[in-house]
Structures are given as C-alpha cells and as structure tokens.
Design a protein around this ligand. Sequence first.
Ligand SMILES: [Zn+2]
Length: 373
Amino acid sequence: MRHPLLLLTLTLSAALAALATHSVAGQAATFRNPYVVAEDTGQRPAPSYFFRRAWVQITRDLAATEVPPTVPLDIAAMAQRPFAVAWLGHAAMLMRVGPMWVLLDPALSGTAGPVQGLGPARMTPLPLPLAQLPHIDLVLVSHDHYDHLDLDTMRQLARQPGGPPKVMAGRATAPWFAENTGLQAQEFDWWQTQELGNVRVRFVPAQHNSGRTLADRNQRLWGGWVVEHAGQRFYFSGDTAYVADLFRDIRQRVGPIDLAALPIGAYQPRPLMRFEHMDPAEALQAHADLGATQSFGVHWGTFQLGDEEPFDAARDLQAAVLQQQVPGFGLLPVGGFVDVRPAEGQAGVPPAVALQPARATAPAPLLATAGVR
Ligand SMILES: [Zn+2]
C-alpha cells in the first residue's frame, strides 16, 4: 500500500468537496447547463463514492491493470502537418494548426488534484516530458476540473522559454489564471468566436459543471472547442453528458466536423455519471449525431475517475462499434496523432478494435519534478 497519509487526506478532501456541492451552490452567480434533462435530480456521487475510488487506487495492482499503450510523440512529424492532433493521455491534446502549437486541457502532472500528489494518479506515462514540447502558442481549456485544468502544468507553461502562451477559457475563468499563474486568459461565452490569423477558434456548449473548491461550484463556464483551419474543423467536446440536441446544435451552427475528440471514460456508476459524462456507446452516438468524419476517444485510461476499470472504456467502445456498425470512431495510443484531414500518406484514426491494452505503470512519485513535469 502506498502513501496511506496522502490517501487519507485525499479521501477526506474529496468527501468534503462532494458534500459541499450540495450546500454551497447558489451563494454566488453560477452558470447553468444549456439543456434541461428532466430525469436529472441534481444528485451526484456521495462521499462514499470518493472513499471507494481512493481505496481502489491504493490497493490497485498496477501490473494487472490494463491501460492504453503509449508511443513516443513524433513532434518532428507533426511539425510537417498542416492540421493534426495528438493524444497526450486523458483529455490532454497537442494540436498543430497552421503555424501554431496548441495544447488542449493540459493536465500533465502525476496526479489530477488540488496539489501535486493528491488525487487520482496517472497510470500511463506522458509520451514526452513537458520540457520537450515545442513552444506553445495557445492553450484551450474546456473547464476548471482538476483533470482538465492543472495548476502545475499551467505554471510551467507560464514560464516556458520564449514567453507564455495565449490562454482561452470559459467566462469568469480569467481571475483564476491571473491569481494562480499570472497568465492573462481570454474568456469566452458559448458560441463566441475568435480569429487568430487563418485559424478560427470557437467555444461551444457542453452539458457538465465546474468547480475546484468547496465554494465555487458552477462559477466558471464550461464548454467545448471547435478549431477551424483551411476549411477543416476539429471539435473537442470537453466533458459532457450525452444530449442529442447538443450535438445537433453544434452540427447545425458550426458545420460539418472533420475530426472530433469525444470523452468515453468516467461513466460508472451510470445512474449518477450519466448526467455529466457520456459512456462509450453514447460517445459513438454523438459521433453519428455530429456527422463527424472521424472521432477518437479521450478522457479514459489515464486518471481513473469512474468505477469502471480503465480499459473497460476501450472494450465498451469496441463492442458498441461492432454492434452499431458506425464507421469512423477509433482509439489512439497515448502519443499517437491524427490528421484533421486524413488523406493518402497521412494519419487517420485507427479502428477502435485495433487497440490492444498495455499494463499500467507506477504513478509518478509525490512532488515529482522529473519526467512528468
Ligand atoms: Zn469535468
């Protein structure tokens, strides 16, 4: 068993956070989901859920835990592409678009929590150390949950050689960046668009929530991102529940999607998670609703947040793809990249059924400074 004191702290803080979501909301201005789901009573995982997750984490046999494989990220090959996206594990992605390097939801630390060492531990290595990333021009953040907005990663990026990146995030998020990282974040409302040379960036709705502490639930806007370049569109939904109207609205208002990154993990226990996270079959339906040419699954196999086992997300997606016979939804290894416009000689999304599991690696040491950061 590792770090018993740490885990005690983890479970207590998680339990307090879970309690707080029921008691504090409403005291400050908060955002609401764009779509009303009648069955959603507002009930969310109880404190016992977080104790269970912590117990699973400290007793997990990593040698027997299946996760996605990791391959080295080929930055030199990506640099030659006009528009390509690499999966860095969980919801973190690196994008090459025109002359820019863009990070999406870069939670690249050893844990996803309020401080290093606290929270779900990384089970797949990064495909390259943060220090070996190219100069990042832009960071797009979908929402403020710890597994999407990581303090240490953002501080590291704020200090990158050559100057800090631009940061774009939802409304009411800029104060967090200013206070914690010194970065100036540009805030977006849903459907708001920004042109950056020949790249267009748009923030779109998602059915989810936000919050990092006991007192800030739903006070920063959550959403997804559409990046458009040379007539091609990439869509990252951020975390979202499945709502058919959401994906139809995006298709209608934004236009056809050439490549989508859709979350497939953290879906059990289904009665609670279904109001904030899609399961793999729903993600496949979202891919179909969007009319996306290609999609790949993210938000799985890296930080384990749901009651399903890490590789269950891949297996459930593989089963859904075989059953529904919907083409174009696949899975990348960590470090794999795909062109937004696949053509001969370029990288398309591999079929979901092609991905074979690897074994989990040991979590990064507490207060890690090498390798992960
Ligand atoms: Zn989230």
